[in-house]
Write a protein of this length. Sequence first.
Lengths: 98, 498, 499
Amino acid sequence: MLTISTDEVARVAKLARIALTEEEVTRFASELDVIASAVAKVSEVATPDVEATSHPIPLRNVWREDIAGDVLDRDELLAGAPAAENGQFRVPQILGEE
Amino acid sequence: MAKLLSYEDACSQFDPVLGLEVHVELGTKTKMFDAAPNMSGGEPNTRLQPVSVGLPGSLPVVNKQAVEYAIQIGLALNCQIAETCRFARKNYFYPDLAKAYQISQFDEPIAADGYLDVELSDGEIFRVLIERAHMEEDAGKNTHVGGAEGRIQGADYSLVDYNRAGVPLVEIVTRPIEGAGERAPEVAAAYVRALRDIFQTLGVSEARMERGNVRADVNVSLRTNATDPYGTRTETKNVNSFRAIERTVRYEMRRQAAILNAGGTVTQETRHWHEDTSTTSAGREKSDADDYRYFPEPDLVPVAPSREWVAQLRRNLPELPISRRRRLREEYGFSAEEMRDVVNADALDVIEATVEAGAAPQAARKWWMGELSRYAKDHEMELANVPTTPQQVAALQALVDQGKLNDKLARQVLEGVLAGEGEPETVMADRGLEIVRDDSVLEAAVDDAMAANPDVVEKLKGGKMKAIGALIGPIMKATRGQADAGAVREMIMAKLNQ
Amino acid sequence: MSVDLTLSALDLAAQLRAGTITSVELTEACFARIDAFDGDVRAFVSLDREGALATAREVDEARTRGADLHPLAGVPIAVKDNMVTRGQDTTCCSRILAGWKPPYDATVIRKLKDAKLPIVGKTNMDEFAMGSSTEHSCYGPTHNPWDLDRIPGGSGGGSAAAVSAFFVPLALGSDTGGSIRQPGAVTGTVGVKPTYGAVSRYGLIAMASSLDQIGPVTRTVADAAALQELIGGHDSFDSTSLDEPVPALGQAVEDADLAGLTLGVVKQASGEGFDPEVTRLFAQTVERLREAGATVEEVDCPSFEYALAAYYLIMPAEVSSNLARFDGIRYGARFEPDEGPVTAETVMAATREKGFGDEVKRRLILGTHVLSAGYYDAYYGSAQKVRTLVQRDLDNAFARVDALVLPTSPTTAFKLGERTDDPMAMYMCDIATIPANLAGIPAMSLPVGCSGEDGLPVGFQVMAPARQDATMYRVAAVVEGVSDDVAGTCPAAAWKEAE
């Protein structure tokens, strides 16, 4: 049976960009373990011959014509931002990729 | 600075394998998933709809034109067009990624299994196999403030503009390119150039490298023998000029060869090209690289282009660059070298238009590759943007063909045209540059010159024909260069024999 | 004439049309009642008096001019706090969106505005619609008007409580695994999850995109039909929107009869885990439907046993991606880390740690794990297969029956705090509602009686094939006809405002 260790919770929390506390990592690991065992149930019936369904109602080729519409008001948009400067969203320093 | 092996040694000891991932921004009117205008430039954050900036509750809707462009690219690259394909979410966090996922295609691209024949400088054709071409969206742009000017390292903070976010992209991925050997750098650059030409021919993108419309990720690995399994590769991101692509491959070959030669191992990593130092350097390790948690985009439904549509697009494909070049080279009688220079100068379109306007191919080539290329270079502009038209160049050449202008005068007329003085005829008339045909005027000038230089006349009479230049000089001066040198010579000879 | 807020929306609309009350009077009456009692119920998290009254005045003026108005024009409505309303707080009841005023309107909001329904305010919910009790809200829990010590269901407990307490006759909810129907069941109200794609999701802050659907919360089946007709229809801004005309739902309610209809009782939705009183009222209602002319058959949907498990893979996976955009950069709150360097990355992680509550974080971790390298096939891929199996079971069932009937919630409203420490017990609330979300079919809950044990309302669920919302309404209208009035017996009906 698949289980979720504290290491896995810590790894996944990093991927999900959540700075979980150690207490949370431990607690979530035990709670999620219960859930993970329960959901492991699906493998009982999800046999290779069954096709996966990603959309409840099958539709295809939904698209729009290439015609420009209205744009958002920048001031209104930036008013909702945590920090803005010179018409842009201001963010703390991004660690370099170079 | 890393140790490098000489290029020759690198090639003699190792076999390079390349992989290229090329992104092209499509020239649609609107973005990939919303109706915000797709335009470069402009005030930051003014070309946004809720989807472009990832507002909560917003939902993507596919731009049909972008799908059409992607199919056209796939067809031009001899790919199979999927009967049905889907979008997926590629999840990762970065400030310029508005939704914290990029809508892309993962296991079901719109086009796959194609190839592109690339013509090298000596006319050799190298076939590059295409693994896939898929649709996706661009991210926004971060500007770094403080610290070293504009650099991410040491910046105090950054500003994000999402205008570019959601611009439609097609990403074209090659299969491993083997067998290029020492020509690997050239093949890489020629391949991307060939793609660029296709994008422009199809009209799916302006495909301006310098504006980042086309960006290449360059994968390079080395192995000792062509029969060995692939070596460890590096991926140099966002190289955006043909020259830089060529130099990136060359540099990575030399760098990796030095490592392998010293018994070391190449690290699989992302690298960055530095134009200033002509080197690459390792990127920062990303902890969540390769765990993008792809899954089918639930907000979009499958794209299933009808076979009729695909067939129609196939029928309407324009003539592609490589066959057009072959055809025109034959029609124009250009040498392989001439054609290569024309193509490299992006002069084929204007030359073709000039020929269509009536000029002889070689004459058209001469103007565009000579005077006009120099003008473009001096003024730092694209050849296509110099302030004259192929029709004007053809009209100018017609004046030469009619004997109204000689080469020197024609260049002066062209100067006038470029300076905005009007059509060639007009410039010629206004500047009074037409070759003097009036025999009486010419005769007077000849008589004056002969009278003023009796010693020269004597020499000529004595058979020393080299001296004729001493007469022609003053005659041309008197007619301000507008006399036909041949006619002058004939007239002098006639008078000597009288 | 004084305003009687215990009337249905359609009755109030008739009074507006007749001119016996004005929309301003009606809207003011709603606010007066909210002012008097919402301190106890806490159904609303923000109110828009100015906006609502401005709309009401417009309606009254237009009516005086004899202008053509929508039948529901002037009837006040409440909206769950996960639908974006331009310039009005839209927070999903999360710290991470505290104070955010969207620069655009959801399609349903635009439709309400076009039809001139005064939008009274935004209602409480479990944070980002994750929960079955409205206890996971950054604003604190909503209380069930039937018993203020009990939960109003979730995640749309605020909308259900607002309608149940007669604060407003109409509300909108959103249903991902039962978030309209389960609150409907435990507050004695009508809650509808339309066919997936029947109502635009544009502007609904996504929880799980392939499951979410907006729907009506009302006290009568006819009110729900009228509201769904208003908010439904094709929307070019939602790629999953059905490009079909809105069915005549009100007509289906008026024409309601069961002649020639076969109803299927789902075998799997009974027995273990279902409260005896829930089972008794369900059986009683089925018996009455049989008497009213329906043919009743038992149908077997074995995949339903796996539906909950599949849901708890698909839902958190989509949640983990949909909620990734809340990173403290473009909107909402930003928190800095308590220690260590302040970078874009650490600020994102601190914002998400401090901005999200426990239940959201739990699902983000689970969903990220589900999608993470190496687990996709075993988890998400398998869950999507269960979805196929559920659809197959339903296809088989609907080949024999016109609609399915089953209880909505296994129990009546439980006490506040009773299950907050036991996520699995909480998740069981959705066992009978989830299959409809997985399959995209329409489903609604309506009250059929009160438990003989605790006197609390019990819900009855009707499901129909995809796109057959009209059939669902037709059956539900008959169910309503054979059941006692439940909504009207809510203790809140007796609450009287101080003179």
